[in-house]
Ligand binder design. Structure first.
Ligand code: GLN
Length: 198
């Protein structure tokens, strides 16, 4: 396949530049900053970056792309939510109303405590890489529960920190804040598989 894959990054807030920088390491990828319906319609897959989930959700509504984004995900467009992005995808958020509500997971926001409880560890995630990769947690959520149709990719201290359900990938940590691109490679492959089976 010679055509470039168009990977969108939702660009209201958060670690947008960091995702784009890593995506640019891949030759077959064109990156698109997404804030409008026009850009949303151009892309083959989208990353929802970290930031503040409630703010990003409000901005999605203000810019009129909340429902169109939800529809595209429900229709199979690959999506990867990192941290706040994971919260946006969840059907349940403890003590709060959900946002896009597309993924069969229940999450706990700020599960590890405040900004001061941010941390980095190394872990091996079989689905992603044969090597240990660094995982950066910043006021991170964890996944309390996942339905049986959700594949659990990573657990740290018995809490689920990465999962996949069909076209949806969710990580409570930030691969874009490391110099390891294995997660981005995995997501790009998810997009390629979707394009090939269309
Ligand atoms: N604590 C943020 C939230 O609840 C997520 C933090 C992050 O994305 N690094 O939305």
């Amino acid at each position: 396949m010679n055509k470039k894959i168009k990977v969108g990054v939702l660009s209201f807030q958060g670690s947008v530049k960091e995702h784009i920088k890593i995506l640019k390491e891949f030759n077959n990828v064109e990156t698109v900053e997404v804030k409008t319906i026009k850009k949303l319609n151009e892309i083959d897959g989208i990353i929802l970056p970290g930031g503040e989930s409630t703010t990003i959700s409000k901005l999605l509504k203000t810019f009129g792309i909340f429902e169109p984004l939800k529809k595209r995900i429900e229709n199979g467009m690959p999506v990867w939510g990192t941290c706040a992005g994971l919260i946006l995808l969840a059907k349940k958020i403890q003590g709060e109303t959900s946002h896009l509500a597309v993924m069969d997971i229940s999450v706990k926001r700020n599960a590890y405590g405040t900004q001061l409880n941010s941390f980095v560890i190394k872990s091996k995630i079989k689905e992603i890489s044969e090597n240990e990769i660094p995982l950066v947690f910043i006021r991170a959520p964890w996944i309390e529960n996942a339905k049986s149709n959700v594949k659990i990719l990573s657990k740290i201290n018995n809490h689920i920190t990465a999962a996949r359900q069909k076209n949806m990938l969710a990580t409570s940590f930030h691969p874009e804040l490391t110099n390891n691109n294995e997660f981005h490679k995995y997501f790009i492959n998810m997009i390629k598989e979707t394009i090939c089976t269309k």
